[in-house]
Design a protein around this ligand. Sequence first.
Ligand code: PA5
Length: 445
Amino acid sequence: MSVRLNDRYVRGFVRDDEISKISHLAEASFDLVKSGKGAGSDYLKWLDLPVNYDKEEFARIKKTAKRIQKCCDVFVVIGIGGSYLGARAAIEFVKSPLYNNLKKDTPEIYFAGNSISSSALNDILSICEGKDVCVNVISKSGTTTEPAVTFRIFRELLEKKYGEEGARERIFVTTDAKKGKLREFSTTKGYETFVVPDGIGGRYSVLTAVGLLPIAVAGCDIVKMMAGARDARSEYAKKFSSDSDCVRYAALRNILYNKGKSIEILVSYEPALQMLCEWWKQLYGESEGKDGKSLYPSSLIFSTDLHSLGQYVQDGQRTMFETVIDIRNPRDCVKIPDDPNNIDGLNFLSGKDLSYVNSMAMTGTLLAHNDGGVANIVLEVEDRSEHSFGFLVYFFELACAISGYMMGVNPFDQPGVEAYKKNMYALLGKPGYEEHRKALEEKLN
Ligand code: PA5
């Protein structure tokens, strides 16, 4: 099994009768997900995606990834939110946060179009100078400002460098199957395209072409990743069980929320999981944060952050709990050397592996945070393989859907995301927003 919930450090905070009391709500919520009778049920296609994915497209993703690997030094992935976080999380989880700096026979990968910062974009543009570049623009709607503007800039760069024909060979588009500006544009230009399937929201899309193409270009085995998700589906999605770790995770976080814990901190002792935390924050924040409800999803990397926010977690407001991802089999082995003079007094660690020290830091912290009144749910993950990543993604997605229904929200919409866009379009003078611009000007004057 790739994920196991260890409740040892949450038992002191949640009673057995609280778990049994909430079990019927968990079951009703699971049934809503399975039956498709809950709010937002048009967006449930991710549930069977590990078995129902488009096999032909999947084969084409693998083939195209090989072609991209051969023809460029730099692969620029343009997208934001659900069209960006999953791919980056997977590459850092399986490979490394330092992927671009490691020795490898795959291209460097940079993620652009996930902000509107000219400095951030300029850095990537200067990295591209003198290098062969391919671009994958990912946008379901095809109208999101950040990636759309960034794509325009890279399109110009590629067309200047390779000519229109050459650029066509280097631009890959992932978008809606039929509609949207990007689809229209790709048809006109003749770009190779991949599909963001209907029925799968951005934050649930990492195991579609959205995530899989960049992940495959990085040299990760996407067959194993899908197998991981498939195993999780077999484990958790077939029928309800109050003993399933996925249901227990959803139930525990709801019980803690109802006890006034309004912040969930996802913790890892591996910096390679930082982007997984970012992906998880979007999944839970966008799915549950509505109608004035929900846990605020936050994240920390330990032991790094024990030297910054550790103080707050230990002694600050008692409004949070932690969910700790414990990678059971760390990939690398780094032994601490012996020093005959023992000047630094560290010989009690001579010959020990750094991951042993890391695991003691984790146990020590779990106990300390429990003593400080902070409950900890521990998710034991086998390793940092593609299989574990796929398994974990499915685990979190299903738990999120169940948990969202338990909280009484529609876990599949994101109406709040539109508010800033409407204001920004009006302020930028986008046609059709004239009235709204007037209203904003009044507020600003
Ligand atoms: O989860 C979501 O739906 C969002 O985060 C979107 O993925 C994000 O806004 C990007 O949208 P699009 O793919 O249409 O450019």
